[in-house]
Design a protein around this ligand. Structure first.
Ligand code: MN3
Length: 220
């Protein structure tokens, strides 16, 4: 009987620990986004910065956490600053990696393109607006394209590692495009020239990935 209880408690504790977080696999190599994003930046950004957010998040939430990352973000106002920074850091980077590709599709789905044309005139003008907004964001943060609760597109920014899923941000919605504008994302190659990084990043943004996120955001 004792043995059965022990086995049951081990199984249960493994189940409860299932919500500790780990680094997602990259779908490409560190060097494959060259020359837009250099290999050293990719390696440090992914294996050091992103890993640090995950390690700090796991440490802060403890082994008894059963909430998903989205659940944590949706109620982030009830969490500590450490959880806010690191849960945001984990979510934001996971999304960012998924949107980059060495062989990106350069055209959105017709569904997304129609909405872009309706609201921004053209894909080119949307990209220019995102570049401009990201360039003028003061300090460290992210520029987003989100789907609002009324299914409109909106370009927004957040500071530090905040994101549009957090209950305490002004512009809430489902992110379909995320661009990291922290200096660690571009400084080795672009130094202080954030605008050049943002102009070039479109070379590796995969509009197929953005479009897929748009379709699932609409279903929510
Ligand atoms: Mn980063």
């Amino acid at each position: 009987m004792k043995r059965i209880l022990l086995i049951a408690s081990v199984i249960l504790s493994n189940f409860l620990q299932a919500q500790n977080f780990s680094l997602p696999k990259l779908a490409y190599s560190y060097s494959s986004l060259e020359p837009t994003i250099d290999s050293v930046t990719m390696r440090i950004h992914y294996s050091k910065h992103h890993q640090a957010y995950i390690s700090n998040l796991n440490k802060a939430i403890g082994t008894s956490n059963t909430k998903s990352l989205t659940e944590i973000l949706n109620s982030i106002s009830t969490q500590s600053a450490v959880v806010r920074n690191n849960a945001g850091g984990h979510y934001n980077h996971t999304l960012f990696w998924e949107l980059l590709s060495p062989t990106p599709s350069k055209t959105p789905s017709s569904e997304l393109l129609n909405q872009i044309n309706k609201q921004y005139g053209s894909l080119d003008s949307l990209q220019k607006s995102i570049t401009m907004v990201g360039t003028s964001l003061f300090g460290s943060g992210w520029v987003w394209l989100i789907v609002t609760p009324t299914n409109e597109l909106k370009i927004t920014t957040t500071s530090n590692q905040d994101n549009p899923l957090m209950d305490l941000v002004v512009d809430k919605g489902t992110p379909i495009l995320a661009i990291d504008v922290w200096e660690h994302a571009y400084y080795l190659k672009y130094q202080n020239k954030r605008a050049d990084y943002l102009k070039n990043i479109w070379n590796v943004i995969d509009w197929k990935a953005v479009s897929d996120k748009y379709t699932s955001a609409l279903k929510k």
